[in-house]
Design a protein around this ligand. Structure first.
Ligand code: NDP
Length: 479
């Protein structure tokens, strides 16, 4: 018979009895000196950490990114420098609006967050399965999410709130069109694309900046659930996508994505009529063609969901030399919000958790202490800079060229000169007759729950994207 380990307390002492609490006699009450019982109950009470306000339900896996085109001409990021070079990644997929127990098949964008453990530190690409977003100013993010979540009185999701906000935010139309298309209910996480959505930047050794958008194209192809299938699965198998990803990887069917970029020079960005930093707009493929740079494969499941997926923490602020930000307002807001969310959920030392810690480069900072400091904490080494004690020093290798800005500081109406309708219309027009029919049905199924003035306001947006689009939804609503 196999020798089993002795059960211990968290402090490592053997436990004499894990089946019976200490009691005063065989029928008497439990004794407060039963510290094993007290510790077990107390720890259980503390098992949950705050769930993410958005992207609460997720699934993750490890894998590899392999370069197929050396990118040294446009970025000094060393993990992109040589064909064949491999970098470990961790990817967390998620839904957005639902809570931790919500159904995987809900109509919702899907989070697509990739951590690249490069030798120069971690780069996090905090993307979605959609190339655009609902809003373009981070000031509107809490309002947007409130409108999509539960009503303050009924605690039920409310189409009146959802469409009230959207109908007063015309910039949402493009993403609404994607959300209610077939792609709003992907068949699990393997059969969908991922997009950085934001413009980021590449900087090369010569100090030249280019703006870049990332596209991860599923090599499994695109596969969606019908609205009926998605709804049925939400009841019969709410963890459908989580299970599908885990099981596929266990079977050795490692899902893969072709990783591509669109590039734009600073001069092109300045001359562009379309604001390239508006996350509600795509960069047309005809003007900014996709260029393949690598392939990403997911081939290893986490061993412990809580430790590796629930505690995984991504931030668009995690960049490496050669990759930088852009003036995209939403990206700028996320640079604050992501790290802030992690410090709240996981504590100041969240980057030390194994799933979050850089692999090759050991982080060398002058940050010390804080709750749950479980690393050597810098030992007896110097904890301030500048110093004359051979402590780590800054490196010009990470420096970026200056970014030219224009205009006076102020609050500029982001809706004043934006065309919120053209690209939504372009998308509508590229859909097949059957896809348009399903789009109108899906929208009407939700918009029907809003009051008539809100329906009318929203219909006007569809009409402006394409008169046929507006007509199709109006017909489904029975107008
Ligand atoms: P293209 O015709 O070159 O691109 C159209 C793209 O639309 C395709 O490459 C595909 O992107 C995506 N697409 C195809 N079918 C669907 C669908 N049923 N639902 C959602 N997306 C679909 O034209 P443009 O680049 O000028 O873009 C036209 C419209 O396509 C845009 O307004 C936008 O709505 C949408 N789109 C554009 C993307 C871009 O980065 N330019 C990316 C995704 C969508 P993919 O290959 O990534 O699946």
């Amino acid at each position: 018979m196999r020798q089993q380990d002795t059960l211990t307390t968290a402090a490592g002492a053997p436990v004499a009895d894990d089946q019976n609490s200490q009691t005063a006699g065989p029928r008497g009450p439990v004794l407060i000196q039963d510290v094993h019982l007290l510790e077990k109950l107390a720890h259980f009470n503390r098992e949950r950490i705050p769930e993410r306000v958005v992207h609460a339900k997720g699934a993750g896996a490890y894998g590899t990114f392999r370069v197929t085109r050396a990118m040294g001409d446009v970025t000094k990021a060393s993990f992109l420098s040589e064909v064949g070079k491999e970098t470990e990644v961790f990817l967390r997929f998620s839904t957005v609006a639902g809570e931790r127990g919500a159904a995987d098949t809900d109509r919702d964008p899907r989070g697509f967050a990739v951590k690249f453990y490069t030798e120069e530190g971690n780069w996090d690409m905090t993307g979605n399965n959609t190339p655009v977003f609902f809003i373009r100013d981070p000031l509107k993010f809490p309002d947007f999410i409130h409108s999509q979540k539960r009503h303050p009185a009924t605690n039920v999701k409310d189409p009146e709130m959802i469409w009230d906000f959207w109908s007063l935010s015309p910039e949402a139309l493009h993403q609404i069109t994607i959300l209610f298309s077939d792609r709003g209910t992907p068949d699990g996480y393997r059969f969908m694309n991922g997009y950085s959505s934001h413009a980021l930047s590449f900087v090369n050794e010569a100090g030249e900046r280019r703006y870049v958008k990332f596209h991860f194209k599923s090599l499994q192809g695109i596969r969606n659930l019908s609205a009926e299938e998605a709804q049925e699965l939400a009841g019969s198998d709410p963890d459908y996508a989580t299970r599908d990803l885990y099981d596929a990887i266990e079977r050795g069917e490692s899902p893969r994505w072709r990783v591509c970029v669109q590039l734009m020079t600073e001069a092109e960005a300045e001359a562009s009529e379309l604001n390239p930093f508006d996350v509600t707009r795509v960069w047309p493929h005809a003007d900014y063609p996709l260029q393949e740079i690598g392939v990403m494969t997911l081939d290893r499941n986490p061993e412990n969901y809580f430790a590796e997926v629930e505690q995984s923490a991504f931030s668009p602020g995690n960049v490496v030399p050669g990759i930088g930000f852009s003036p995209d307002r939403m990206l700028q807001g996320r640079l604050f919000a992501y790290g802030d969310a992690h410090r709240y959920r996981l504590g100041a030392n969240y980057e030390h958790l194994p799933v979050n810690a850089p692999r090759a480069a050991t982080a060398r900072t002058y940050q010390r202490d804080g709750a749950m400091q479980f690393t050597p904490n810098g030992g007896g080494g110097v904890n301030y800079g500048p110093n004359s004690k051979d402590g780590p020093i800054q490196s010009l290798a990470a420096a970026e060229p200056p970014l030219r800005l224009q205009g006076d500081a102020g609050q500029y109406d982001h809706r004043a000169d934006a065309d919120d309708f053209e690209q939504a219309g372009n998308l509508y027009r590229l859909l097949s007759v059957e896809e348009r029919e399903r789009l109108a049905t899906n929208i009407a199924g939700s918009l029907r729950g809003a009051s008539r003035p809100i329906q009318e306001r929203q219909l006007e947006h569809f009409r402006r994207a394409d008169p046929e689009y507006g007509e199709a939804v109006a017909k489904k609503l029975g107008w």
